[in-house]
Write a new protein. Structure first.
Length: 255
């Protein structure tokens, strides 16, 4: 009788295992299949990113070499490729170099647009904020004080990496627009800031001294005079008559 009961129990156990297998094997198989697909997708994505990074690195280096040889067109083309191929860091750096090229060519609006793109390309606070700061510096001579201040205020928030430099730029913009009292307040905060670098603090102290002795009050007038002279020179160059073509043979005929 004991053997009969053991046999029956074994058959029941076997049936139970079969039912469990029919119930859970498809689930386990599906989970394993999903895990395999995810692993293959991750491997493929990593391989693609590595390939893109390699291409971006080569293009970025080519851009730097072209800059060294003063080949601005070639450098810009290389940095375009680096920005398209690379990750966020390569894109931010390449766009900043393109903006620098635009500045060399006196294309200020294009440079500012590229700096803004660079700031938006990366979440890294160093890459992001330095691009935003460079955009402000490019606009310093042409934008209104309100525009400059609007761009600088986010950079002056607690914990931002270029906070002191942004505050210094605001003070310079305020002086440039004749807001001496506001600039003095900004400089006092800058000079006494615990996170202000020593060289920035020293520059703030010198600027405060120039405000107190009245020298800084002349800055707007000096800038206006410089702008007027530049405009007059540009007008004179435009109005100057072109050399006559018939003089060329005579000049060539002289010994």
């Amino acid at each position: 009788m004991v053997d009969v009961f053991d046999q029956v129990e074994e058959e029941l156990r076997s049936d139970r295992y079969k039912r469990l297998a029919r119930t859970w094997l498809p689930v386990v198989g599906g989970v394993l299949l999903v895990a395999l697909i995810a692993a293959l997708a991750w491997w493929g994505w990593q391989k693609m990113e590595t390939s893109k990074a390699d291409k971006a690195s080569i293009a970025y280096q080519r851009g730097l070499e072209s800059l060294e040889s003063n080949n601005l067109i070639g450098a810009d083309a290389a940095f375009v490729q680096a920005a398209d191929e690379g990750n966020a860091a390569y894109k931010a750096l390449a766009l900043q170099h393109r903006a620098g090229i635009a500045l060399q060519q006196n294309r200020i609006p294009a440079a500012v647009e590229l700096f803004d793109e660079a700031a938006a390309a990366s979440r890294d606070p160093l890459l992001r904020d330095v691009a935003a700061y460079k955009a402000v510096m490019a606009l310093m001579d042409t934008a209104s004080l309100e525009d400059i201040q609007g761009r600088l205020e986010p950079l002056m928030e607690e914990g931002r990496p270029y906070r002191a430099f942004a505050r210094e730029a605001l003070a310079m913009a305020q002086l440039q627009h004749g807001k001496t009292a506001e600039a003095r307040s900004t400089l006092v905060v800058l000079k006494n800031g615990l996170d202000t670098p020593r060289d920035v603090s020293q520059r703030a102290e010198l600027a405060l001294a120039s405000i107190d002795d009245g020298t800084a009050a002349n800055i707007p007038a000096i800038l206006d005079a410089m702008a007027a002279r530049e405009a007059e020179a540009a007008a004179a160059r435009t109005a100057a008559p072109a050399p006559r073509a018939e003089n060329a043979p005579a000049e060539q005929a002289r010994p």
